[in-house]
Design a protein around this ligand. Structure first.
Ligand code: SF4
Length: 351
């Protein structure tokens, strides 16, 4: 593997859940890469498939769900979808770690934070006794917990919300992971603490050359943390671009809707915009644009052709949108034809 290769590469990821009534295709044909030292922001409403994507990478999709066999998740050159559960356990926590929204779900209330850190260090790094205690204190110091030698003996309920999330980050870092997946890590925190946690993640990333996948529904947070952004809707990535390009030239009508919904960004300073309607629950491969019922720019073909993630302009490769209006330097008929041909190639529709 060369340094230019992505650390994580996701290809055609499809994750489904099966109920008596229906199959829910929570993630539908997602593709992206993350390089060392890079932050990929994944943004979208609840139900867009962001968290299921994260759980699929972590090998945490349990029955009645499964990652379909055509999916590929390559981490550091290894195919993860072929790993057994015990092989996955060696990767989870050690090479890929995850920080969840609510620190209380990651911390055990009956053990001191020190004991929880030491248990992780024992399991993954074989550290015990004084060495483990010293490492636990060092980790708390690394995440900015003052008076760490004393606080290591305290319980989670004795910590503030921000301190708890710092502790969860310390737990995630205990095994020196190469990829950190953060699933709405600041949503439960107030704005000042949120800013501190984002700053901490930034510092840690720089020190350790960490790759970060940052999931949130908050476009403001995405702008602060990401190098590149993938916008998800109903299980699919509908737009991907370098962060500045996404904010300066948003393409997909859904991305435009999300940007108009940021408080303080309402056009003309009027009422806050919202995207009417709800995210649909996909139960099979897309046969049309899933955003069509909510899209202000929808036209007839949007109900006939499933848009593919294509370049927004013919000469651009790093800004892509799954919308029949793009590439925008083609006529609408040509663009629809491009999407139709791409959908036939990927098996999305028949010729
Ligand atoms: S394909 Fe059509 S319905 Fe879908 S986002 Fe583009 S314009 Fe809107």
């Amino acid at each position: 593997m060369s340094a230019a290769d992505p650390l994580l590469s996701i290809e055609e990821l499809v994750t489904e859940f099966y109920t008596e009534k229906e199959t829910v295709r929570a993630v539908d044909g997602v593709n992206f890469d993350i390089h060392r030292g890079e932050t990929l922001g994944i943004v979208g409403e609840s139900g867009s498939g962001k968290s299921v994507t994260a759980r699929s990478i972590m090998g945490l999709v349990e029955s009645p769900g499964s990652v379909l066999s055509e999916s590929s998740i390559t981490f550091d050159g290894e195919e993860l979808t072929e790993k057994s559960e015990s092989e996955y356990q060696n990767i989870r926590g050690a090479k890929i770690a995850m920080v969840f929204q609510d620190p209380l779900t990651s911390l055990n209330p009956v053990y001191t934070v020190g004991n929880q850190l030491k248990e992780t260090l024992r399991l993954h790094r074989g550290l015990t006794g004084k060495a483990a205690t010293e490492k636990a204190i060092e980790l708390l110091e690394d995440v900015g917990i003052p008076d760490a030698a004393r606080r290591v003996k305290e319980y989670p309920h004795q910590f503030s919300g921000g301190m708890r999330q710092r502790t969860v980050i310390a737990l995630a870092l205990a095994c020196s992971p190469e990829l950190l997946i953060c699933d709405e890590p600041t949503t439960a925190l107030d704005v000042t603490i949120q800013a501190q946690i984002l700053e901490l993640l930034d510092e840690i990333q720089e020190e350790r050359d960490l790759a970060i996948m940052f999931i949130t529904h908050d476009m403001g947070v995405i702008a602060e943390v990401s190098d590149r952004v993938a916008v998800m809707y109903a299980g699919e990535i509908v737009e991907s671009a370098p962060v500045i390009d996404l904010y300066e030239n948003p393409a997909h009508p859904y991305t435009n809707g999300l940007l108009d919904s940021i408080p303080g960004e309402e056009p003309g300073g009027g009422e806050l915009s919202t995207i009417e309607g709800e995210v649909p629950i996909p139960n099979g491969p897309a046969t049309h644009c899933r955003f069509e019922p909510r899209c202000p720019k929808a036209f007839e073909e949007c109900l006939e052709v499933p848009p593919q993630l294509l370049a927004t302009e013919e000469q651009t490769d790093d800004h892509r949108a799954a919308c029949l209006l793009y590439p925008d330097d083609m006529s609408r008929e040509e663009a629809v034809q491009e999407h139709r041909a791409a959908a036939v190639r990927t098996g999305g529709i028949d010729e």
